[in-house]
Design a protein around this ligand. Structure first.
Ligand SMILES: [Zn+2]
Length: 312
C-alpha cells in the first residue's frame, strides 16, 4: 500500500502560539507540539471515500500525526498508514512500536468497530463518548460493556443523551480522561504509550444527526487535554454530515494542533458560498434542550471509576 500513498510536508517544524492570541489567557500551560507530521494523499482519500459508501460523508481530508517520538523513528512508515478512516489499522501499526495504545473516540456514534477489534486485549483501551439511545445506530456502547476475557475493564463507554453542550461534555471528558486531581482517570490507570483519537464532527450543532449540540471549541478542549499528555498521538476524522460545519470543526482542530490562531472570517475560495449566511468559522449552539440528567451522568462516571480500579 505504501507505494500508492504519497506524503508531503513531513518535515519537522516548530510552531509557536502567538502571544497575543485573544481569549486564551487562562490556558497558558498549553503549548503546541514540537513536531507535527502531515500526511496527505488525494488518491488514498478517494479510495477510502469510495469504500465507505456513505453518501455525503465527509472524510477528514488529511491525517495529522503529532509526532514527538514518531517523527524520528517512524517517518518513513507514516505515509503508508491507512489513517484516513481506519482506526483499527492505525492502532495495529502503533502497536508494533508501542505496548499500550489508548483509543479515544468523540464521534457521535459508538466506536463499535474499534471496540470489537480490541475487546479481548488489555494492550488497547478503547474509550468512546457517544449518543446511546433506543434505535440510534449502532445500538451498542452502554456503560456495562467493559471488554471480554483479558480485555475485561479495558473497554470504556460513556453513553450520553441528546443536546449535550461543550461545557458539560468537557466536564465528563475531563473526569474520564484527565485530571491530576483524580487518581482514577484513564490515563493514570492505563498509562498508555501512544494515543489514537477519533474526532468525528457529527456532534456539532447543526448536524443532520440532530443529536448533540457541540461546537468546535468543546472538542478542542478535549483535544488539548489529550495532547498535553505529550504522547505520540494520531488524530483521525470521522463522521460529519453538515459538510460546512465539519470543515469548520476540523479546521479549528487543525489550528489547535498547530498552535495557530485563525481569523473568524471564511476566506474566499471555491466553496465560499457553502459557509453562508454568516461566513464565519464559529458554530453557534442551537437552543435545543440538554436531555442529560445530571444524576445519571454522575452514576455513569461512578461506574467507570469503579471499573477502572481493575485496570492494572
Ligand atoms: Zn458518527
Amino acid at each position: 500500500k505504501s507505494e500508492r500513498v504519497s506524503s508531503r510536508g513531513q518535515e519537522e517544524r516548530s510552531y509557536r502560539r502567538p502571544s497575543s492570541e485573544p481569549g486564551r489567557a487562562g490556558r497558558a500551560r498549553w503549548r503546541p507540539p514540537a513536531g507535527v507530521a502531515y500526511v496527505f494523499s488525494q488518491e488514498y482519500i478517494e479510495t477510502c471515500d469510495s469504500l465507505s459508501k456513505v453518501p455525503n460523508r465527509a472524510s477528514m481530508v488529511h491525517s495529522l500525526i503529532e509526532a514527538y517520538g514518531l517523527l524520528n523513528q517512524m517517518r518513513d512508515q507514516a505515509s503508508g498508514f491507512c489513517y484516513v478512516n481506519d482506526a483499527v489499522l492505525g492502532i495495529l501499526k502503533l502497536r508494533e512500536k508501542y505496548d499500550r495504545v489508548l483509543y479515544v473516540d468523540v464521534d457521535l456514534h459508538h466506536g463499535d468497530g474499534v471496540e470489537e477489534a480490541f475487546s479481548f486485549t488489555s494492550k488497547v483501551m478503547t474509550v468512546s463518548f457517544h449518543k446511546f439511545s433506543p434505535g440510534f445506530f449502532p445500538g451498542t456502547g452502554d456503560v456495562t460493556n467493559i471488554g471480554l476475557c483479558k480485555g475485561r475493564w479495558y473497554t470504556v463507554n460513556v453513553p450520553l443523551e441528546d443536546g449535550i453542550q461543550d461545557d458539560r461534555y468537557y466536564q465528563i471528558f475531563n473526569r474520564q480522561c484527565h485530571g491530576t486531581m483524580l487518581k482514577w482517570n484513564v490515563r493514570a490507570h492505563f498509562n498508555p504509550d501512544a494515543v489514537v483519537m477519533q474526532l468525528g464532527a457529527d456532534t456539532m450543532a447543526g448536524d443532520p444527526m440532530c443529536s448533540f449540540n457541540m461546537t468546535p471549541l468543546g472538542v478542542a478542549k478535549c483535544l488539548r487535554h489529550v495532547l498535553q499528555w505529550r504522547l505520540p498521538t494520531l488524530l483521525l476524522g470521522g463522521g460529519g454530515y453538515n459538510l460546512a460545519n465539519t470543515a469548520r470543526c476540523w479546521t479549528h482542530l487543525t489550528a489547535v494542533l498547530l498552535g495557530q490562531n485563525l481569523a473568524s472570517e471564511i476566506p474566499d475560495h471555491e466553496f465560499f458560498t457553502e459557509y453562508g449566511p454568516d461566513y464565519s468559522l464559529e458554530i453557534s449552539p442551537s437552543c435545543r434542550p440538554d436531555r442529560n440528567d445530571g444524576k445519571h451522568l454522575d452514576q455513569v462516571v461512578a461506574t467507570i471509576k469503579r471499573n477502572l480500579r481493575n485496570v492494572v
